[in-house]
Write a protein that binds this ligand. Structure first.
Ligand SMILES: NC(=O)c1ccc[n+]([C@@H]2O[C@H](COP(=O)([O-])OP(=O)(O)OC[C@H]3O[C@@H](n4cnc5c(N)ncnc54)[C@H](OP(=O)(O)O)[C@@H]3O)[C@@H](O)[C@H]2O)c1
Length: 216
């Protein structure tokens, strides 16, 4: 199958891309700097240059053309409110429109755990980020696509034991980016899992088993 990976060079995306190509998937990796093409191609992907903020829906649709799925794992990463609006909020909305334009049925969105940032002093930038994440979730969940919204806890760069908790409502916690990538790779293999919002943290269950339990 063929997948457009938006955020291919990110913490999750750069882990996910080689997992998918190792399983024999064709992956189109969107990147915004020319220098990033080499790493995408080295991981077995097809590099497509484009900045999500500047790209029109038609340009994004062209990148998605012929794909079976879009995975959206891009994010502004605290680079300012305007970029957060454009990438975390508008980005998935553009991805929905692009998918519909070229008949891509499946969309996987990496979103955020609703309890993120609770308990500390509220910060305007983070509140805005959460508002935009929710706006994107609403747009995706109200679309007619076969969507999955994955809400990981605090992302860690630790290796990850590959043991997770995955479900519709979980206590807040952290999760290795590696495990998030594994969950996305596993979900992609199971098209029957769709129209689901899932929370994800590190836990006790092996990734494949946790995803199988969702399927049941
Ligand atoms: N940090 C957390 O604890 C946390 C928790 C839950 C959910 N999340 C969400 O999880 C997702 C992935 O996280 P991550 O750690 O993998 O993020 P990341 O490492 O910051 O990666 C973000 C990706 O988005 C790309 N991107 C940013 N602006 C772009 C643009 N204008 N056009 C095209 N691509 C652009 C980045 O490209 P470059 O490589 O060029 O920058 C990168 O590939 C994000 O949506 C984030 O909000 C984060």
């Amino acid at each position: 199958m063929k997948t457009l990976l938006i955020g291919a060079t990110g913490g999750i995306g750069s882990r996910l891309l080689p997992m998918l190509t190792a399983k024999g998937h064709d992956v189109v990796g969107l990147h915004r700097r020319k220098s990033q093409a080499e790493a995408i191609e080295k991981a077995g992907g097809q590099a497509v240059l484009g900045d999500l903020i500047e790209m029109s829906v038609a340009e994004l649709a062209e990148a998605a053309s012929g794909c079976d799925a879009i995975i959206f794992s891009a994010g502004a990463a605290g680079s300012g409110a305007e970029r957060t609006t454009a990438i975390d909020g508008e980005g998935p909305i553009k991805a929905v429109a692009a998918a519909r334009a070229v008949g891509v049925a499946r969309l996987y969105l990496v979103s955020a755990f609703p309890e993120a940032g609770r308990g500390g002093e509220p910060k305007a930038g983070f509140e805005h980020y959460m508002t935009e994440k929710k706006r994107a979730d609403v747009a995706v969940a109200s679309s007619d696509l076969d969507w999955v919204i994955l809400r990981p806890g605090k992302l860690l760069d630790t290796a990850g034991e590959g043991r997770i908790a995955l479900g519709s409502a979980l206590p807040y916690g952290a999760v290795a980016r590696d495990s998030v990538a594994r969950v996305l790779a596993s979900l992609l293999q199971r098209p029957a899992i769709c129209r689901e919002i899932m929370e994800l943290t590190d836990g006790e269950v092996a990734v494949e088993e946790a995803v199988s339990r969702i399927a049941r």
